[in-house]
Design a protein around this ligand. Structure first.
Ligand code: TUI
Length: 315
């Protein structure tokens, strides 16, 4: 069985995290992933604190295994979300889109492990110094808000920069990506897009179908001039964002155009004007599966593959 230091550190069977996805990973997906042996993560996104509390309580009702909450740090009400998570108590917090440093001590005092998502070695070193328990090194192949470096490039450099476990994210959806991440020195993987197209994920079927239908060049990065670049599946909304870039429009125009678009994708299934956040690996995903199928296929096939890798060595 494939096990790594992160498994014992947070008490999970397989070193597979489900990326916290705003409007896409609620308690149902997170608890299904945790029940299948991975780490399920509730994407808090822009939830008000009382809704996040309900999600955490429902996750606890649905699994007795460790699970996490992902917090997006640049939100104005982040302090209230941090306090809500601390009051409720969850095993793990992952963070994105900002510096987790100011919150780590507070989480640790509440017995919560902190695993920041980082897009560079500089932030990796800062987070290790600030006391992070592990890191998620995320490549630009990912869906949603992204950094510049590819997974292949960032993972080994972060692994060499720190002495805490590193989880690889971005462009991973099957046993080959999982095995490759282990080869790069990662202690495990985080997958978002693969879990979007699962039976337990509550997003509108139209969004899942767009992922399943996608091919390798069907995502695009929008919003670069705002400082918050976002990878999405190409649609009318993405085209309108790119037009704002061509016209050198002010940031406020992006904000106006972007308001409510994740909800439109997730709840209304608006494939034209919804924000269909997705990673480049969508092209590899050909069918909706159960969470258990996704996790077990990846770990069992990777084990077989790694066991047989010595056949590449001749003489
Ligand atoms: O956070 C993500 N992915 C996300 S968040 C999100 S919600 C959203 N909604 C609308 C517009 C924009 C976002 C959708 N996808 N991934 C983790 C991640 N974190 N990627 C990159 C970073 C990051 C970037 C800069 C982490 C830290 C950082 O530090 C800057 C600093 O303060 O030093």
């Amino acid at each position: 069985m494939i096990k790594s230091p992160i498994c014992d550190k947070i008490g999970i069977k397989y070193p597979i995290f489900q990326g916290g996805m705003a409007w896409a990973s609620n308690y149902a997906l997170a608890s299904a992933v945790s029940n299948a042996g991975g780490l399920g993560i509730i994407g808090a996104g822009q939830m008000p604190p009382d809704l996040l509390v309900k999600e955490i309580r429902k996750a606890k009702e649905n699994t007795d295994k460790p699970f996490g909450v992902n917090l997006i740090l640049y939100l104005p009400h982040i302090g209230e979300l941090v306090d809500a998570v601390i009051r409720e108590g969850v095993p793990v917090v992952t963070t994105g889109a900002g510096n987790a440093g100011p919150y780590i001590k507070k989480f640790h005092e509440a017995g919560i492990k902190v695993i920041p998502v980082i897009p560079s070695t500089a932030l990796a070193k800062r987070m290790e110094k600030a006391g992070a328990d592990a890191l998620i090194a995320e490549g630009t192949e990912s869906g949603g808000h992204i950094g510049e470096l590819t997974t292949m490039v960032i993972v080994p450099q972060v692994v060499d920069s720190v002495n805490i476990p590193v989880i690889a994210a971005g462009g991973i959806a099957d046993y080959r990506g999982f095995a490759a991440a282990l080869c790069l020195g990662a202690s495990g993987v985080q997958m978002g897009t693969r879990f979007l197209a699962t039976k337990e994920c509550h997003v509108h079927q139209n969004w899942k179908d767009m992922v399943i239908k996608a091919s390798d060049r069907d995502t695009v990065v929008t919003g670069r001039p705002t400082g918050h670049p976002v990878r999405v599946l190409k649609n009318r909304l993405a085209k309108m964002f790119l037009e704002l870039e061509e016209k050198c429009s002010p940031v406020v125009e992006y904000e106006k155009l972007g308001t409510g678009r994740l909800k439109a994708a997730s709840v209304d299934g608006d494939i034209e004007m919804g924000s269909l956040m997705s990673g480049q690996i969508a092209g590899l995903i050909k069918e909706e599966k159960t969470v258990k199928e996704v996790i077990e296929e990846i770990v069992f096939q990777a084990e077989d593959f790694i066991n047989n890798m010595s056949k590449f060595i001749k003489g």
